[in-house]
Design a protein. Structure first.
Length: 226
């Protein structure tokens, strides 16, 4: 049995893993889905690291979207980590930022819809959230995700990545071929950059753990079986 730590991304919350969690539990693993504050990458990393430090190894750490950047930081120098899994996620090298790393792949249509509030936090309007974030989810789930999305600090796009944990631990990457938040071409390039064992989900959307929970769980289970 492994511990599996699930880390959500920006404009989401821990419930985004709800369809994956039972599959992992039924396979006999202890699962924790962290709730990040989304106030800054530093705050998110501190939350994830504090949760990670409470778990005895081995721990498979899984990150979605900006959660990938968070797990790369939080799992650095963590001796209890056995593997990392990036799910349609940012997997950056030291010194990179999410914003600059994304520039060569062009701006996706979803980028023009983000709204920033007076506190400098961004969201997707509820009426377009399903279209871009989770188009493959059923309508009821997509509407609920739009309502429960966590407003996230805009500064995270300029956060400079530190030493990445993927240099220290075996890594897996799920590329979503129809991702409309992070370019699938960028995902493939990041997977190659980190030398990850890569799974491509055809027509997968950004919230692939919601729309394709078994496929995502299979990759996590493979990481846990190392």
């Amino acid at each position: 049995m492994s511990n599996i730590l699930l880390v959500h991304g920006a404009i989401a919350d821990g419930s985004s893993w709800n369809r994956v969690i039972p599959i992992l539990q039924d396979a006999g693993h202890h699962v924790v889905a962290v709730q990040q504050p989304l106030s800054s990458i530093q705050d998110d990393v501190a939350k994830v690291r504090s949760t990670l430090d409470e778990l005895e190894g081995p721990v498979v750490v899984v990150g979605h979207s900006f959660g990938g950047l968070v797990i790369s930081e939080a799992a650095h120098d963590a001796s209890n980590v056995s593997a990392l899994v990036y799910v349609a996620a940012f997997a950056l090298n030291e010194g990179e930022t999410a914003g600059a790393a994304s520039e060569p792949y062009g701006q996706l249509p979803s980028a023009s819809h983000f709204q920033v509030d007076k506190q400098g936090r961004f969201t997707l309007p509820q009426d377009v959230y399903p279209q871009y974030f989770c188009p493959n989810a059923d309508a009821v789930t997509a509407r609920a995700m739009a309502v429960t999305q966590g407003p996230s600090d805009l500064a995270r796009f300029g956060y400079v990545a530190g030493p990445p944990a993927w240099r220290e631990h075996p890594s897996y990457f799920i590329v979503s071929e129809n991702d409309q938040i992070i370019s699938p071409d960028q995902e493939r390039a990041m997977a190659e950059q980190i030398g990850a064992e890569t799974t491509v989900i055809a027509n997968g959307d950004h919230a692939v753990m919601v729309s394709e929970p078994q496929a995502v769980a299979d990759v996590i289970l493979a990481a846990a079986a190392r």
